[in-house]
Design a protein. Structure first.
Length: 340
């Protein structure tokens, strides 16, 4: 499980604790190399046929020796593979870094390299000492207001969210939306999730609710109605099923309770709510949700939550947790609740 601990998967065990500590401390070089592999299009330039470092350098405008040395580092982390003849080829991970991959992590990698994300990481000590998001050291107005004021970074953020559409398909395949009547996606962006539901579920009607500037460019679709508004301040639409996909983790508990209370005010008894997020794993083993949890705190005062923690929020806002449904998505779980 060395790869799960943030160490190259093919290092010969046992690795001395001193070497482990050094690798952890130097891991930023791996992260930055992965960002650049996406930015420079290394994974895109490498197709089905193996290519030499020189050929990849020529295709991407890099120095051959420098690129070879970066690729060697990434090969040790299972990002790309190197053949006996020195040519490079894809691994399952590097294929996910292609922009045209069915489930692409390219936009997410580029998002992590944006100035606002890098500033949040560089100023993490501020979060540890104050409990406040480190991003406020460069964006006092908050993360989402910062994105609105920086359209280039906002477009990268939107691209990273759009790249999660295959995650939407995994959630739709895991849940029976037929017979739901009216489905409202609260904070649903431009409606990509609702469109996947509509494609697979005839007979339902959908409502897209998000900020006016967000839904203004939402493409029209049959059986989809757009309702602009703010889920903290405005009255929410009445629906039979409410969706919160990757929303609650953006907010601390007090704000999350306000969102849930606003939904409960609009919901009839018996209406269902689906929270679709990555569940925080509370055991001692490393899990990707632990990285997300810390990053959400540093960016927006948010947090990833366990099934138990979501249940406590439900109970405090007059919902009852009914079941938790795994999906084929690598990052999302469906947690269902009902209005009581």
């Amino acid at each position: 499980m060395t790869e799960m601990m943030g160490l190259p998967p093919n290092l010969p065990p046992p690795l001395h604790p001193f070497a482990r500590a050094m690798c952890h401390g130097l891991w930023g070089w791996v992260t930055r190399s992965l960002h650049l592999a996406v930015k420079l299009g290394i994974a895109d330039a490498l197709g089905d046929e193996p290519r030499s470092a020189a050929a990849l350098a020529a295709a991407t405008g890099c120095d051959p020796d420098a690129l070879e040395r970066m690729l060697r580092l990434l090969v040790g982390c299972d990002v790309f593979a190197r053949r006996a003849d020195g040519a490079y080829e894809h691994t399952a991970m590097s294929r996910c870094l292609r922009r045209d991959a069915p489930l692409s992590a390219a936009a997410s990698a580029l998002l992590q390299a944006t100035p606002v994300y890098q500033a949040a990481l560089a100023n993490l000590e501020h979060t540890l000492r104050t409990g406040r998001p480190s991003v406020e050291t460069v964006a006092p107005q908050g993360f989402f207001a910062y994105l609105r004021a920086h359209p280039d970074e906002s477009r990268i953020f939107d691209a990273a969210m759009t790249a999660l559409t295959p995650v939407d398909a995994g959630a739709v395949a895991a849940y029976d939306f037929s017979g739901s009547g009216v489905i409202a996606d609260i904070g649903g962006g431009q409606g990509s999730f609702l469109r996947v539901i509509l494609e697979h579920t005839p007979g339902v009607r959908t409502l897209l609710f998000d900020l006016p500037d967000v839904v203004a460019s939402a493409p029209p679709a049959a059986r989809l109605e757009v309702r602009p508004g703010n889920f903290f301040r405005d009255r929410l639409p009445s629906a039979d099923l409410y969706l919160l996909k990757l929303i609650l983790h953006d907010w601390p508990d007090d704000a999350a309770l306000r969102i849930l209370a606003n939904i409960r005010q609009a919901a009839r008894p018996g209406a269902k709510l689906l929270v679709i997020e990555s569940l925080l794993q509370e055991g001692p083993d490393f899990h990707p949700s632990h990285i997300m949890d810390l990053s959400m705190l540093a960016l927006a005062s948010g947090r990833e939550r366990s099934e138990r923690q979501l249940g406590e929020l439900f109970q405090a806002s007059s919902f009852r947790h009914t079941r938790t449904i795994p999906t084929t998505s690598p990052i999302a779980t469906i947690v269902e609740a009902v209005a009581v």
